[in-house]
Design a protein around this ligand. Structure first.
Ligand code: C5P
Length: 290
């Protein structure tokens, strides 16, 4: 079986408060995009994992490995699968690539092993693996709260291309949260405004909701994010933000403008990866053999 697992951007990301367990309560509108990793799953004698396209460990610390091991344990069976992961989504980017991989492995193995698991059980397993994993089980667009694992599906955002600028260096999510000190008095207002707009089909202009409360702490812990922010500010782009905890950025472009935006970004950062992506209505999908 071969699957594609998506990346996401946070169209809004608002911090509510620090919790006693060390996590943060937040409100966010997730949107899955068609920048994808590819994972091959094949029956095997024991759990095995290889990764290409990114310099990340292919051992028991990898979220794909942990997803397969956790599902097998809960299903009371051996994790007899070989996973081959081809990374295209940059890591340490705030694009949720690892979380999407974990969700795809959970969903695909539940199918392959013919497990009788409900959505809720899978979401609970996903939340054990990471705050964003639950989102990718369903994908599309969703209003996220709690630490990101409490989800309300939304109609996917439509009408625009999402230009994604790759990070210059990987950024640690834990360090960014560690530098967070400011919380909004009316946290959730931007996310609710966008969620209402998506539900009614009448989305207000991005200036009214395009926020990311992790942008300032990310700039504090990463010199690359700080430098990017300074250079992007003078470009005069209309609607861009850091994605999640960074270091990737995204820009909401009109379809007709996306090529011009890419050109302007390439002029500043020749050779840096840039993708013109589209919103999608899923988080992972099965693809046919090639
Ligand atoms: O859940 P996940 O493993 O993806 O989170 C990575 C780190 O980000 C956590 O260890 C925590 O420091 C921080 N985090 C947080 N509040 C959230 C999500 C993540 O503090 N809602």
């Amino acid at each position: 079986m071969i699957i594609h697992t998506c990346a996401k951007v946070n169209l809004t990301l608002e911090m509510l408060r620090r919790r006693p367990d060390g996590y943060h309560d937040l409100m966010t509108v997730f949107q899955a995009i068609d920048l994808c990793d590819r994972i091959h799953l094949e029956p095997a004698d024991e759990l095995a994992l290889t990764v290409s396209g990114a310099d990340i460990p292919a051992d028991a610390s990898n979220l794909c490995w942990r997803a397969a091991a956790l599902l097998a344990e809960r299903a009371g069976r051996r994790p007899e699968v070989a996973l081959r992961v081809e990374k295209r989504i940059p890591v340490g980017a705030g694009l949720g690539g690892g979380s999407g991989n974990a969700a795809g492995v959970l969903g695909a193995l539940a199918r392959l092993w013919q497990l009788d698991l409900g959505d809720e059980e899978l979401v609970a397993l996903g939340a054990e693996l990471g705050s964003d994993v639950a989102f990718f089980l369903r994908g599309g667009a969703a209003l996220g709260s709690g630490r990101g694992e409490v989800l309300e599906p939304l109609p996917a955002w439509s009408g625009r291309a999402i230009v994604v600028l790759a990070p210059r260096e990987a950024v640690s999510t834990g360090r960014v949260y560690g530098a967070l000190r400011q919380f909004r008095p009316a946290a959730g207002a931007a996310s609710r405004l966008l969620a209402d707009g998506l539900r009614s089909g009448n989305v207000p202009a991005p200036e009214q909701w395009l926020v990311n409360d992790l942008e300032a702490p990310a700039a504090e812990v990463s010199a690359a994010v700080r430098d990017d922010a300074e250079r992007l500010a003078v470009l005069g782009l209309s609607a861009y933000r850091l994605s999640g905890s960074g270091g990737a950025w995204f820009h909401l472009a009109d379809e007709a403008d996306s090529a011009a935006v890419v050109g302007r970004l390439q002029a500043i950062w020749p050779g840096r990866a840039i993708w013109v992506t589209r919103p999608v209505t899923y988080g992972w999908c099965e693809v046919s053999e090639e």
